[in-house]
Write a protein that binds this ligand. Structure first.
Ligand SMILES: Nc1ncnc2c1ncn2[C@@H]1O[C@H](COP(=O)(O)OP(=O)(O)OP(=O)(O)O)[C@@H](O)[C@H]1O
Length: 370
């Protein structure tokens, strides 16, 4: 296993298509790093640059200590697993898994041992004589992963490997991939659209937008302390509630924020770098809003609203409400039953100051008070 170092990587497909705009990143040896970001943000292109399937327009790439920018894909010691599996249809599972080793001239006995060992890890030993068309989607994806494992690569690259599987199978494979990472201790870089995959698989997540790294951190760091509005809005489902407001004052350990037409709420952040009157955005996650009938929640730190809808989701419920005075809608996640709450009720939402995040006019987060 090897570290991967990217220095000021850029990629354009012509002057009007600047896809990667200066990425600096170090992926440690043995680390599981997940790239997330909206469609077109450059995740796959960056993965393909690491693989050697795409040339960078500029910048430096090291795998281990070796500069790789001019090294062909086949000599980088990398194995890539694609969404489409990319298995050879006319070969058996064994032949698919053995192919790259045979091409590299690996002795027959060693090929046999490596294929059998990988098949055992992935529990596909009983499928070795089958052709891909006789396998289920999940089994094919295991073969594709097995084909990568047998090569004992320095780095594994995964490009949305589970997105063709149904939800239940995706969950199973997610758990298996985590176990596989623990077992092999290999460096893994994984691209996905799926937030749950990112949050559960990653030791660190890299959030991309517009070919630029927006933030790098552990799932908890990104979820609890997003460095900007983009990351705050991107991670979490339902999304973080975002409310436009103005800074009223920023004192010792808290900022007072005026939400026009609604009232004043507090956030435990240090906003002292900006003056009163500055436009800000207040963010609070659905699970951090307390909801009650207007008479049951004291007005301090709370805002008045009308309950629009409650969605029942089994283990939790989502309450959608419109703020009195501003007309903005908020979503609250209720852990327990909605109780006496009915559509159309006058309610109050309490915004606990320690859970309120605050972003300046440029979208940068103010530091939270720890
Ligand atoms: N060969 C190419 N020629 C021109 N433009 C390309 C080429 N490959 C990718 N792009 C463009 O680069 C941008 C980034 O694409 P990329 O596939 O890396 O994004 P992504 O974040 O992986 O998106 P998705 O999640 O939809 O796969 C897109 O606008 C895409 O159209």
């Amino acid at each position: 296993m090897s570290a991967v170092t990217l220095r000021n990587i850029r990629k354009d497909f012509g002057a009007d298509a600047k896809v990667i705009n200066g990425v600096d990143l170090r992926i440690e040896a043995g680390e599981f790093v997940v790239f997330v970001g909206p469609s077109g943000s450059g995740k796959s292109t960056l993965l393909r640059i690491i693989a050697g399937l795409e040339d960078a327009s500029d910048g430096e790439l090291l795998i281990g200590e070796q500069s790789c920018i001019d090294v062909p894909a086949s000599q980088r010691g990398i194995a890539m697993v694609f969404q489409s599996y990319a298995l050879y249809p006319h070969m058996t599972v064994y032949e698919n898994m053995a192919f790259a080793l045979r091409m590299a001239g690996t002795p027959r006995q060693e090929v046999l041992q490596r294929v059998e060992r990988s098949a055992a890890i992935l529990q596909i030993s009983h499928l070795l004589d089958r052709k891909p068309k006789t396998l289920s989607g999940g089994q094919r994806q295991r073969v594709a992963i097995g084909r990568a494992i047998v090569r004992e690569p320095r780095v594994f690259l995964f490009d949305e490997p589970l997105s063709n599987l149904d939800a239940a199978l995706r969950q199973d494979m997610r758990v298996e991939l985590s176990k596989l990472h623990q077992e092999l201790g290999a460096t893994m870089v994984y691209v996905t659209h799926d937030q749950v995959e990112a949050m559960t698989l990653a030791q660190r997540i890299v959030v991309f937008d517009g070919g630029v790294v927006q933030q790098v951190g552990t799932p908890a760091q990104l979820y609890e302390n997003p460095s900007n509005l983009f990351v705050a809005g991107f991670l979490g489902a339902p999304k973080m509630n975002l409310l436009g407001g103005r800074l009223r004052s920023a004192g010792a350990g808290t900022a007072d924020v005026e939400l026009p037409g609604v009232g004043v709420v507090q956030a435990e952040v240090d906003a002292s770098r900006d003056a009163a009157g500055t436009d800000v955005t207040l963010g609070i996650r659905p699970e951090h809003l307390s909801v009650g009938l207007a008479n049951d929640i004291t007005p301090a730190g709370a805002v008045d609203a009308r309950l629009d809808l409650v969605e029942y989701l089994g283990d939790h419920q989502l309450a959608y409400a419109t703020l009195t005075g501003s007309g903005q809608t908020l979503c609250a996640k209720l852990a327990g039953p909605a109780g006496a709450l009915r559509t159309g009720d006058k309610i109050r939402l309490h915004l606990a100051p320690r859970h309120c995040l605050l972003f300046d006019a440029g979208g940068r987060a103010y530091p939270r008070i720890q």
